[in-house]
Design a binder for this molecule. Sequence first.
Ligand SMILES: [Zn+2]
Ligand SMILES: [Zn+2]
Length: 887
Amino acid sequence: MKSDLLSKGYEPHEVEKRWYDYWEKEQLFAALDDSSSKGYAIVIPPPNVTGVLHMGHALNNTLQDILCRYRRLRGDNVLWMPGTDHAGIATQNVVERKLAEDGLDRHQLGREKFIEAVWQWREKYGSAIINQLKRLGASCDWARERFTMDAGLSKAVRKVFVQLYEQGLIYRGNYIINWCPRCFTALADLEVEHEETAGHLYHIRYPFEDGSDSVVVATTRPETMLGDTAVAVHPDDERYRKTNHKNIILPLMNRNIPVIKDKYVDISFGTGALKVTPAHDPNDYDIGLRHDLAVVKVIDDKGFMSSEAGKFEGLERFECRKAVVKALEEEKFLVKIEPYRHSVGHCYRCKDVVEPNLSQQWFVKTKPLADKAIAAVENGETRIVPEIWANTYYDWMNNIKDWCISRQIWWGHRIPAWTCEVCGKLIVAMDAPEQCPACKGSRLIRETDVLDTWFSSALWPFSTMGWPQKDRLLDIFYPTSVLVTAFDILFFWVARMMMMGIHFMNDVPFKDVYVHALVRDEAGKKMSKSTGNVIDPLSVIERYGTDAFRFTLAAFAAQGRDIKMSEKRIEGYRHFVNKLWNAARLALMHIENADATIDVDRLALPDRWILSRLHAVTAAVEEALDTYCFNDASAALYNFVWHEFCDWYLEAIKPVLYDNEGPDRKAATIAVVRRVLHDTLILLHPFIPFVTEEIWHKMPGAEGSIMRAVFPSDAADFEKIKCDKKVEQEMKLVIDAITGVRNVRGEMDLAPSMALDVTVQSAENPIRQTIDQYRDLIINLARLKSFAVEPLGKKPVTAATTIIGGATIFVSLEGIIDFEKESRRLEKSIKKVTTEITPVVKKLGNQNFLSKAPEEVVTKVKEKHAQLMEKLNKLESTLEKIKELAK
Ligand SMILES: [Zn+2]
Ligand SMILES: [Zn+2]
């Protein structure tokens, strides 16, 4: 026996740092652009440069890493493209807050200086998230790290913008957009968070011009009435059919506005009359277009009342609301105020109330792009897994609106458009034009808006690979193999990558989209700072090690189901990592050389069994990972390592390892141990990369990193180690017999060290033969003094019975058991089985169930009934016997 190769306990931190440095130094994460191997590519969902690793990142990147490490073991040329997103508003806000600490704001600095400050911030803090991903074990090709504001990616952005503009797919227009007065920018619909709010509904009386009558309108935002340019009613509304009134005098403003008829109006809402404010409501804006109404903007971009608001000019919008209500009340135009719950949009960034606002913005015409992106999923060019998300994708894409891509901030890709100061011509170009092509004037004003952050990330799958340059990377790795993403950015990001990828590359950006669930707390609640239920991945890694954490994430990543995470679970999987460590420690004490070949025909039952199980688990892991069933793969590995390899196999071969059965047998067994450990480490590596690499290097003959190993099913002799049904059946019988004796021990409270006399009876000859054949194994593992195998016959006196498939085991209690106690035990068991049988009998008596349930369900219930009845009969007869014995 060799001395300890592995230390007694696994210490993750030192190991993790050492191997990560080694992998990087050896360039084991590098994709090759001159390889003939099959290309496999994943682009990372780029975390915000301001980001801090949270549970969502941890899950998302662990799954990607599992796939990348797995595909490398399968021999693929893997590219995992890493990078970060410049995250326009988020980053600008972070840097502005930092400036504020020094009493500065960005306007004092000016645009250029401010952008410099952002770049400096990025230099200093921007790689925090990258370092955190490294602690997670992420095997990205870091030499290719990209940033959405890099020169190359910025060029791609300009190219795309110009081309879409020239194709008429980008246009500039007036539109009602969601406006955040605090961030001073337009927001996309998706960037507005709607919240049920307790507000008020204000009913206001608008008099007709001739003073004869009036109409009542209702609004939640009374300050907008200052910008009303019409009152609308439904054309079918009987109440207004006969009205000859053409004009209304707008209260407080004393302006004449028309009464118009439009089908948009909801007859059932209030009086059926709707005030129309085209400048401050998207639906009113559409009505305004249909009826050619004036657009009066009364709230400015900072959220204050404009000069159009008359005497209310200069008031802050919510102050103005109070003032307008007061004035309406004084002038007797206010009919009533009702409490009213309604949904109010808030800025996703600063939570301020969003103001619908009319402004000039840039848009992408999405319909033509969306049609192609829908078709690509419909015809299977891109597969969405799990499939349920495809419907969500279709729903959204079918109802897509034009995408407002301009943002009024400084940090981002500045829109490549110029306006001639002389003739007003708009010029869109890759680079700054020297003169106006129309009037040859040279005074050109550059657009100040920047692009929505998602515009550059929509190009991520091809811009990161060098587009618009022709690059080898694109040839090898585009379309990418899979995109791994959470569902919350399916629209923000995935759908837009589909549209841009298809339009510019003539091919989908990814063959598969795997959508994973969200990590929630133990009770299924969303993790949030305010609830205080956030689990910080970095502190978890600190406490339990990265491998235990990763294995937990994989184990709970069932498709479509939210992951309920708790530290207890991670602690549980730390035990698993330790179990593997201890098993390897034991095995490595005995493995002397690397080249012992396995002669399957000359092996003992446990050896042949564990090889058969190894074959099965390899196939299971392969199938699960090929179909993104991460939890199935980890469950199969957990069960194999813990319950089969450790609990049964290593226990069964201990006498062999300790030289009790001769050198030949030992050599044969050690060759099997070595092979199983070797293959298991490779299978586990994608999930728990650090501990497997550490053990790998202690294996005799191991050369280089486990990352360069061959996946077990690709090994030349994999088919030799085949699944053997007969071996598995025989071993099951042996395991059942041993478990049966152990159960009796447990139930009767017999010490594990107490050697027992056991008799097995079976009516079936093959069962008796198998049990007899492996009697030494059973005697050893069940700790028996004597062991008899007999045909069904007279039951031994004074024995506890237990039933396994096809056989009955009698554990002699002569002189070691209290019969009274045993009868009570049996009575208890009988009671338990009787309770179990009652609902089954009831079910089988139910005609409705028998006729309606599927056949296999009925069969199962019948089988269960038969089993329970058999159990009950045996228990009752044993009880009878025990009572006899006790007399
Ligand atoms: Zn805001
Ligand atoms: Zn000009």
